[in-house]
Design a protein around this ligand. Structure first.
Ligand code: ADP
Length: 153
């Protein structure tokens, strides 16, 4: 049975830190579906179609990576795409505490789905979409922190 993992997030926009986790995850899983959250309550910098395109263009050399938008519960989306694993990256203790609760709750809701964590590579530890968005707002060059497919208008 092929091992399918969901890598869920906002990807607003996709960063080099996300790409590191995805490409390392390909050693563990046959297919990784990047699930781009589209929550009506959230104010994104980039519209869903841009976030999808940025991920697709940044990972185009990896046919085992697919990109799909989703809303609703992450475990429900896992069932839709037949993913038994959720892949997440951990940068620091704050990420760890946050991720631990989500993983425990997801497991309580759906025990057939396991969350797998990869610790960030040190060079990507300070990279976050939040800081990248702040840099973009102030006109800084973010090209070394985002995926190659991220094109700013
Ligand atoms: P969310 O909106 O849920 O915070 P993100 O799109 O920011 O989602 O992140 C998705 C996943 O990528 C999360 O598991 C997050 O911890 C991980 N991640 C984000 N930045 C990095 C990084 N620099 N190194 C490793 N993992 C990261």
């Amino acid at each position: 049975m092929s091992k399918i993992a969901l890598f869920p997030g906002s990807f607003d926009p996709i960063t080099t830190g996300h790409i590191d986790i995805i490409t390392r995850g390909l050693d563990l899983f046959d297919k990784i579906i990047v699930g781009i959250g589209n929550n009506a309550q959230k104010n994104y910098m980039f519209p869903i179609n841009d976030r999808i395109q940025f991920v697709k263009d940044s990972l185009k050399e990896y046919p085992q990576v697919e990109v799909m938008p989703y809303d609703g519960l992450t475990v429900d989306f896992c069932k839709t795409i037949h993913a038994h694993f959720i892949l997440r990256g951990v940068r620091n203790a704050i990420d760890f505490e946050y991720e631990k609760s989500i993983a425990q709750m997801n497991h309580a809701v759906e025990s057939s789905i396991e969350t797998v964590f990869l610790i960030t590579s040190p060079i990507y530890a300070p990279v976050s979409s939040t800081i990248v968005r702040d840099l973009i707002r102030h006109g800084a060059d973010v090209s070394t922190f985002v995926g190659e497919g991220v094109k700013l208008k």
